[in-house]
Unconditional design. Structure first.
Length: 232
């Protein structure tokens, strides 16, 4: 399917460029978010230095990352904001409508279902699923919660290609196996356990506790260094 871009052009489904490093792909959403904010403020061009600051990376890394997508900058002028939004959107696949199913409608599932930012980025929450009978039929974020027994039918009927696992850890692998067996090719895992998937299925894990632990490590290091400096 195609969709009109912010610059008015029809946007074709993106095909990931071969040879783009995973680290670069991981930073593209940062550039996209910064560029959309600039576009919303009416900016038409941006220098690599300005965009790097807005995205929180150094300018040399940004220029190298964007070089994998093609040469879109103009020396002395910078990048066309609108066009770069278009190019990064294509590369990330954001010019398509991606149906998503969320499995697990606890506190986290509720928060994800009510988040309004997915639709503007090309992700449509097609259905909510939970194993708890008492949640069946409940409305969350404008969607009805379906029983887990309906998962395979929902994936087929809605053409779901991305599954979000927001279940307790003990149920996550079984849910993931069912999603993959039903034809889902990408899984976003919020459960506190790694998931095993066959070759060809992509899994991204979001572990908030681990991220906080990493921050705690760095904070402790800073406190130790500050204590050493104070003792000198």
């Amino acid at each position: 399917m195609t969709r009109a871009g912010r610059n008015g052009r029809d946007q074709l489904p993106a095909v990931r460029s071969r040879g783009v490093p995973e680290a670069t792909i991981a930073r593209l959403p940062l550039y996209h978010r910064a560029l959309v904010a600039l576009d919303d403020r009416g900016a038409t061009t941006v220098s690599s230095e300005e965009l790097a600051v807005a995205a929180g990376v150094n300018s040399a890394k940004l220029r190298k990352d964007l070089s994998y997508l093609g040469s879109y900058g103009t020396r002395g002028v910078g990048y066309d904001v609108n066009y770069l939004v278009y190019q990064i959107s294509r590369e990330l696949g954001l010019t398509q409508d991606w149906p998503v199913v969320i499995v697990g409608v606890g506190n986290l599932g509720h928060a994800l279902a009510n988040y309004q930012g997915f639709a503007s980025r090309g992700f449509r929450i097609a259905a909510l699923v939970d194993a708890a009978p008492e949640l069946t039929g409940e409305s969350v974020g404008g969607l009805c919660v379906h029983p887990l027994a309906d998962l395979e039918r929902i994936v087929a009927d809605a053409g779901v290609c991305i599954g979000v696992v927001a279940t307790p850890a003990g149920a996550a692998q079984e849910v993931c196996d069912r999603l993959v067996a039903a034809g889902v090719g990408s899984v976003l895992n919020f459960a506190a356990v790694p998931l095993r998937v066959p070759v060809g299925v992509d899994v991204r894990r979001v572990d908030l506790a681990s991220e906080l632990q990493i921050l705690a490590f760095h904070q402790q290091r800073k406190q130790i260094e500050a204590g050493r400096e104070a003792a000198v």
